[in-house]
Design a protein around this ligand. Structure first.
Ligand code: NAP
Length: 247
């Protein structure tokens, strides 16, 4: 099927849709005909993304929703979307020797527990309504595999997201629900804007393709995993890193 029409009439939920990778995912899915729910903790940024979306091809429209992925109440009310991309995430970096327990808990709560709550809510809704298929995409990180100085909490949360996704893939296959994880490398977003220029330059020098990635390059992969073009793929972690840490 042509990419421009792959997701016609699919209701999709994108968390973290107000910024960076999540925003690019919303834009990409909308451009393929999906009806998008832009979910973010920030109402303003969710609405900014909403305003940037191409109209869905069947006129169902898109919507913005204020959602805190780390709160069960907040993730409870979804209509069953047949596609979900959970891109909400945070960093609270510090060296292991100095890291506050709160910073550890916060990052695990949003990134790992949030992924669990969203995945569970969407899967429960799909199973309850007898939907024939669904595709859930989680967003991990390459640092969940290789670690990263200053990110003990973040890398642990992202390693957890991969394990969660693989387990969900095993449990949910029999319901026609596929679950896959994308592992971005270093992508230019407000999250990486916080990283000192010196560190960014060093990271760039390690990337075989020689540059940071763009949010749209992660969104392209999410759209593939969301669509039936990946119908025989479940339980994988797909690196979108420009070759960073090959092997
Ligand atoms: P971003 O620009 O900061 O976007 C993250 C979005 O999630 C923001 O709109 C943020 O809102 C929202 N958010 C934060 N906490 C939330 C919560 N509890 N519930 C709902 N929404 C929440 O970051 P990004 O770089 O696009 O990151 C998107 C995902 O990719 C994250 O999971 C991140 O860990 C992952 N990732 C990013 C990179 C990278 O290099 N950028 C690499 C690997 C993985 P506020 O801005 O209001 O907090």
């Amino acid at each position: 099927m042509a990419a421009a029409t792959r997701l016609i009439s699919r209701l999709t939920l994108v968390t973290g849709g107000g910024s960076g990778i999540g925003r690019a995912v919303c834009q990409r899915l909308a451009s393929e005909g999906a009806s998008v729910v832009v979910a973010d903790i920030s109402e303003e940024s969710a609405h900014d993304t909403l305003g940037s979306l191409q109209r869905d091809l069947r006129g169902q429209g898109h919507m913005a929703a204020v959602v805190d992925v780390s709160s069960k109440e907040s993730t409870h009310y979804f209509q069953p979307p047949s596609v979900c991309v959970n891109a909400a995430g945070i960093t609270q970096d510090d060296f292991l020797l100095n890291m506050d327990e709160d910073h550890f808990d916060n990052v695990i709560r949003v990134n790992l527990k949030g992924s669990f709550l969203v995945l569970q809510a969407v899967a429960q809704a799909l199973v309850a309504c007898g939907a024939p298929k669904g595709s859930i995409v989680t967003v991990g990180s390459i640092v969940g595999k290789v670690g990263n100085i200053g990110q003990a909490n973040y890398s642990a949360s992202k390693a957890g997201v991969e394990g969660l996704t693989r387990t969900a893939a095993k449990e949910l296959s029999r319901f026609g629900i596929r679950c896959n994880c994308v592992l971005p490398g270093f992508i230019s977003t407000p999250m990486t804007d916080k990283v000192p220029e010196k560190v960014i330059s060093r990271m760039k020098s390690l990337v075989p393709l020689g540059r940071m990635g763009e949010p749209a390059e992660v969104a392209d992969v999410c759209a593939f995993l969301a669509s039936d073009d990946s119908r025989y793929i479940t339980g994988v972690s797909l690196e979108v890193t420009g070759g960073l840490f090959i092997g």
